[in-house]
Each structure stands twice: as C-alpha cells, then as structure tokens.
Design a protein around this ligand. Structure first.
Ligand SMILES: Cc1cc2nc3c(=O)[nH]c(=O)nc-3n(C[C@H](O)[C@H](O)[C@H](O)COP(=O)(O)OP(=O)(O)OC[C@H]3O[C@@H](n4cnc5c(N)ncnc54)[C@H](O)[C@@H]3O)c2cc1C
Length: 489
C-alpha cells in the first residue's frame, strides 16, 4: 500500500493546511488549496484535528523503543469518539491502515502505520466516577488520572500498573494486558474491567462485556488493537485504604528469595508485592522483595509480625506512606534517555524453572546485559504471579499455577549498531530459552516475531478465535498493521 501513496503530495502539505478529503485515484490527501476540480471523497466532519504537516507526522513516527520509525500520512487527534468512528470508516473506504497510540511505550513499532493514519488517543482522556462501584476511563487517560479521579472519593480500582502511572494509558495497557503490585490478588488489568466501548475495525461502536458481545470483549482485552479500538473502559472500584506500610526486604540467597516470593504470593499475605534484582559495582547480586500492607488509621498493621518466617538477610525500616504516595513511588523507574534504542523484553517464566532460567541473565556481564540503571544501580524486575488469576484469553501465561514476571529493560547508546544487534541477538536467545521452558512473552515487549510464532504463542485454542475475530471485526484489515500478527504490514 505504501507505494500507492503520493508521498510528494503529502509531504508538501504545510502546517495548518485544511484537509478536505482523500483522492482515491491518486491516493493522496486534498486540501482546500489543492486543485478541487479533481474528484475526491470529502473527509467526514471532525470534532478534533487530522494533522498532515510533516512535524506532526514525524513526531509520532517513533515509539519509545527508538528502533522503528514509520511516518504516517496523517495523525488524528480525536475530539470525540465519533471522530474515531468516522476515521475508521473512512480508512475502510480508502484502504488506509490505522494504528492506535497511547503514549507509545511499546517498543517494536506496534503504534505505527507507514503512510496510514495514527490515532493519538491522548486527546480523549476523561475519567468519570460513575458510582461508588465503577468508573469510566477514556482510552487516552493516564493511570495517574484514574488515581486522581478516584482516590479523593475514597475509592480505587483493584489494580494499577506497578510503576509509572503518569506514563501509561488506559487504552494502551488494556490492549497490552497490564500487571501491577496487586496482581498476586487480582491478576492483570484486563481481568479488572467490567465493560468496554469498542470501535471495531469496520467502524461500529459496540459496548461489550462478559455478558454482551463477549467474543469482542475477549478479543480486545490484551488484543494489541487487532480487532477494535477501546474508547471507554468500565473499571470496578472498591473502597481505598488511606495508608500503606511499605517494607523492603533484601536477600542475598536467590533460592530463599524465590521461595519466599512464591509463598507470599500464594498466601496473599500482603496487599502489594513486587521484586527487583540488583547488581552492585563489585558484581554481586542481591534481591529485593517489596511488600505493602494497606490500612486506614487507626488500624495500623504490625508488619514485622507478618515477616517472622521469611529468610531475608536485612531490611530497611518499614515506611508508612499514603496509598497515593505508594502508588506513585516508582514514577521514574525504567525511564530511558530520549533517543536511546531500548529493546525491552518481558516474559512470564514457569516457577519451577525460574531458578535455572535466571542463570542466563545473572551470568551476563553488565555490558552484555545493558540494563537500564535506576539511581545508578543495575537492576531488573522479577516477581511472582498466580497464573489462575489471569483469566483473559489473549493474556497468555504459563500453565503452572505460579510464574515469575521478568522485566528486562535494556538500552544502548544511539548510533551504536554493533551493540544494538548484539542486544537483539541476546533478546532472541533469552526468548527462545523462555519459550522452550514453557514461558510466555508480554506483547508490548515481545520483539518482532513471525505469524507462526504468534500462533504458537496463543496456542491451538485461542489462535483460531483470534483469526476468526479479526475476520469478523476488522474484515478489511485496517487496524494495527504492527506487530503483523497476521503477516501483513
Ligand atoms: C517505565 C515503564 C514502566 C512500565 N510499567 C508497567 C507496569 O507496571 N505494568 C505493566 O503491565 N506494564 C508496564 N509497562 C509497559 C506498558 O504496559 C506498555 O508499554 C504498554 O505498551 C502501555 O503503554 P502505552 O500506554 O504507551 O501504550 P502504547 O504503547 O501506545 O500502546 C500499546 C498497544 O496497545 C495498542 N493500543 C493503544 N491504545 C489502544 C486502544 N485504545 N485500543 C486498542 N489498542 C490500543 C497500541 O496499538 C499498541 O499495540 C511499563 C512501561 C514503561 C516504559
């Protein structure tokens, strides 16, 4: 499709040029200033803006991985849900591809559509508390906005992303899956949605839930934008505790760390739980469990009484903080300097093989590991999941009852092609070993893989459902050309 576009035409368009339509014969956009004597199809009336100027298109041509750059023909800043309906229908008429972008934290070009239209969802970002039991969040709302809307009312969703609430959008994380500190109790973000408004690939606005249009609901959550655009998510709410006792427990023995992590997750002894592996400058690894117990004064918990049988080597003093500060305490974790190629990978490893698998990572030199440092310390996330709490079909987890989430945030200097290709080779090696061990990859940090690998990832029960859903809801294959799950770009 790319070659059919009149690149000369759309790169000439100036900032502020008013686009009135699309010329299907020349496959180019038409502005007021263009020769309007030629036949063209008028654009639908939009509440927002369709930007064709080069600066806007280039600004959205990269994602945060800084490895893939595809310049779209236009950027839609929707002013309403109807704008997305209209643009998706228009794209169907004109064989345009449409990609959906939250904040672009996926790494492998998933939010890009060369010579197509990218929907910049951040302009639709309202969050509304509907009842004491549920909130509505629009696609481009950041999770920080969900916290801002709910916490002052004494309410909270069951689960937030574990870090960086101000960077991650509701639409993006629900299309990826989303895990957080409360995942041992509640599974993924996609397990904690009551209903959705979705614009299907053929441009229909449909409300879906486990009871109504359930196949669409199943195929959109963790669905990587393949079947529809999530425009509203219903988030169940519950009363929020006001405070948290947060405690950091440091381990030097990896076996003890893994055993205690699994046990705590299985028992649900704490409300929040995560874990980090850190290497000091002398090359020695240590392992941190962070636990959080939620409470509302005066019911302050005795956190040490909950830790008596754990095997940590040392511990900081427990920290008492507000629930809000607890949620936002890791806002700068995992940030990468602008422009650095950063091929992150994230995977879920079956618990029984995690100890052996981790040797592949812990034995890498700092140069080969290329881990993003936080406060100068080399580190990566590693914490347990109770897989039975993950119920959405497209959020694939290992078959064992417990698994470890392993987050490798890796990055190299801009322009260092040798280091980047070594890192990509290392990623492929680690992912191949993960797959051989029965693990599953996390879609936004999956690396680029073939349709056959996606088929194997989803497995014989889910893959045919996804293929059928794509044919039903996006028959012209307009939506989300990347990650090329079905082989076309
Ligand atoms: C510093 C940092 C911390 C992170 N912490 C966590 C964490 O704690 N837990 C966790 O699970 N993940 C975490 N992530 C990963 C994060 O979930 C992914 O990066 C994910 O891609 C969400 O980012 P985004 O909102 O920018 O969405 P994008 O990357 O823009 O989009 C993600 C995918 O969803 C599609 N999409 C976006 N919006 C929609 C929509 N409305 N409808 C349909 N499809 C859509 C996109 O096309 C793309 O395929 C973290 C990432 C970073 C960089």
């Amino acid at each position: 499709m790319n070659d059919q576009f009149s690149r000369r035409h759309f790169t000439k368009l100036a900032v502020g040029a008013v686009i009135v339509g699309f010329n299907p014969d020349e496959r180019s956009w038409v502005t007021q200033a263009s020769d309007s004597a030629r036949p063209f199809d008028h654009l639908p009336k939009l509440d927002g803006a369709l930007l064709l100027d080069e600066a806007s298109r280039r600004a959205i041509a990269s994602d945060q991985g800084n490895m893939f750059h595809r310049v779209p023909a236009a950027v839609l800043k929707p002013g309403s849900v109807q704008d997305i309906v209209a643009m998706v229908r228009y794209a169907n008429q004109h064989r345009l591809k449409v990609a959906i972008r939250g904040d672009g934290h996926s790494r492998y070009g998933q939010t890009q559509a060369e010579a197509g239209v990218v929907i910049d969802s951040r302009s639709l970002n309202e969050v509304r508390v509907r009842t004491p039991h549920s909130a509505d969040a629009q696609l481009g709302a950041f999770w920080s906005a969900v916290a801002d809307a709910t916490l002052p009312k004494g309410l909270t969703p069951r689960l937030f992303p574990g870090t960086c609430l101000a960077l991650l959008t509701v639409g993006g994380t629900l299309s990826a899956g989303g895990i957080g500190n409360m995942s041992p109790h509640y599974g993924a973000l996609v397990d904690n949605v009551s209903d959705l408004d979705v614009i299907t690939g053929d441009g229909r606005l449909v409300t879906c839930s486990p009871e109504h249009e359930s196949e669409l609901f199943d195929m959109v959550l963790a669905g990587q934008g393949q079947c529809g655009v999530i425009v509203r998510a219903g988030l169940p709410l519950m009363p929020a505790s006001t405070h948290v006792v947060h405690h950091e427990l440091t381990y030097t023995d990896l076996d003890a760390y893994l055993t205690d992590q699994l046990r705590l997750a299985r028992e649900g002894r704490f409300d929040g739980q995560r874990g980090t592996m850190m290497r000091d400058q002398g090359g020695t690894w240590s392992f941190l469990i962070e636990v959080g117990k939620f409470f509302t004064p005066p019911n302050e918990p005795n956190i040490r009484a909950l830790e008596g049988d754990l095997h940590f080597a040392s511990a900081a003093a427990p920290a008492r903080m507000t629930y809000h500060d607890y949620l936002f305490r890791l806002e700068t974790r995992g940030g990468v300097a602008p422009g650095r190629p950063s091929p992150f990978i994230t995977m879920w490893i079956p618990a029984s093989v995690t100890r052996t698998y981790l040797d592949n990572i812990l034995s890498l030199t700092p140069e080969a590991a290329a881990l993003v440092r936080f406060q100068g310390v080399e580190q990566f996330g590693c914490y347990p999941l109770n897989t039975r709490r993950f119920t959405r079909p497209l959020f694939k987890v290992p078959s064992e009852e417990q698994a470890f989430a392993v987050w490798l945030f890796r990055s190299v200097s801009p322009g260092d092609e040798v280091a980047l290709s070594a890192l990509l080779a290392s990623n492929r090696d680690l992912l191949a070993k993960m797959t051989a061990a029965g693990g599953k990859r996390y879609a936004p940090y999956s690396m680029v893989i073939s349709p056959a690998e996606w088929q194997a990832h989803y497995g014989p029960e889910v893959w045919p459902r996804l293929v059928a859903a794509k044919a039903k809801y996006d028959p012209n294959r307009v939506l989300s050309p990347h990650p090329a799950i079905f082989g076309e770009k």
